[in-house]
Design a binder for this molecule. Structure first.
Ligand code: PBG
Length: 324
């Protein structure tokens, strides 16, 4: 009771504040998304994601070496697929010599200890820009999960440590886990995008991969942003089906979901601070309206405080430089 307890004593200097701080971000918290393109010597900036790039495989090697030297030990790979290889079957996604498969090998050759996760969804490969196979204007669930399992197996064979299905089809985790077990990939993990919302924050990412839906939206498979309890149902089902790590996405607007999920499950919880969140802060900072580094650190700390064990973030490098 006041004045016996004066809370400001614990805030009176940086020394005492850092002694009693509950949440501290470290390089170990981050998973670094990387965009990969065909070609040589390419490091092209994504217009709606300032200071974020697409890399050809040769420069991807350099980038992952730098990440490793900064203490960033996990990457999440996305590929930009040439238009002429896109179709409605995901055929190119299964190509053992495809860009994703070569990207996995490239990272493993450059930094063998790096943890490599791969995005599993059909949108970068789809002539319709949807995460699944399309028939009569609908995204067909079970035909899609069969391809996603084959795609995951192909990534595992290329050397991926984890696959990260981001498609939100029903039953895909079970389908992938079963195929992995049948094929002897017992040690390949699954990080499931379990509570992934249909969000307007993905815009810059779709620019980065040229993967925006050609018709309609993703609301028949990604979650409605008005829903909270449904996130627990989705997440628990993915765990029953064999997910090793679960994810909430996007980040900042969904920290209530991160905390709910963290309280409900006993597997590691990831959060994805998505492209639109990155773009918002970059734009405000460019205008001089926000202090970039201070806001960035506050945001990622909030994600960890909300309960995330893992933060997938385009800010990972910036954060690590700031805190080291
Ligand atoms: C594709 C995928 C998306 C993101 C990750 N995987 C886009 C989408 O679902 O439309 C978004 C990531 C971001 O915005 O940073 N399945």
């Amino acid at each position: 009771m006041y004045p016996l307890r004066r809370n400001r004593r614990l805030r009176s200097s940086e020394a005492i504040r850092s002694l009693v701080r509950e949440t501290i971000v470290t390089p170990n918290d981050f998973l670094v998304p990387l965009f990969v393109v065909e070609g040589k010597g390419i490091k092209e900036e994504i217009p709606s994601m300032p200071n974020y790039y697409r890399y050809s495989l040769d420069l991807l090697s350099e980038e992952v070496k730098e990440l490793w030297s900064l203490g960033l030990k996990s990457v999440l790979l996305f590929v930009k697929v040439p238009d002429n290889l896109k179709d409605n079957t995901g055929k190119e996604a299964l190509n053992p010599e495809g860009l994703m498969q070569r990207a996995v090998t490239t990272v493993k050759n450059a930094v063998p200890e790096m943890l490599v996760m791969t995005d599993v969804a059909l949108d970068p490969y789809s002539s319709y820009g949807h995460d699944g196979i399309v028939s009569e204007g609908k995204i067909i669930n079970d035909a899609t999960t069969a391809v996603l399992a084959e795609m995951s197996l192909s990534h595992a064979k290329a050397g991926a440590d984890f696959v990260a299905p981001s498609d939100m089809m029903d039953g895909r985790i079970l389908e992938i886990r079963s195929l992995f077990e049948d094929e002897g990939f017992h040690d390949t993990g699954i990080m499931s995008y379990s509570a992934k919302y249909a969000s307007a924050f993905y815009g810059p990412f779709r620019d980065a991969l040229d993967s925006a839906p050609g018709f309609g939206d993703k609301k028949t498979y990604q979650m409605d942003f008005g829903n909270r309890e449904e996130a627990i149902k989705e997440t628990c089902m993915d765990i029953e089906e064999g997910a090793d790590i679960v994810m909430v996405k996007p980040g900042l607007c969904y920290l209530d979901i991160v905390r709910d999920v963290r309280n409900a499950v006993d597997v590691p919880v990831a959060v994805y601070q998505v492209s639109g969140e990155y773009a918002m802060l970059k734009a405000a900072a460019e205008k001089g309206w926000l202090d970039h580094d201070a806001v960035m650190l506050e945001q990622v700390t909030a994600m960890k405080r909300a309960g995330a064990h893992i933060i997938a973030s385009y800010f990972a490098k910036d954060v690590v430089r700031l805190i080291s």
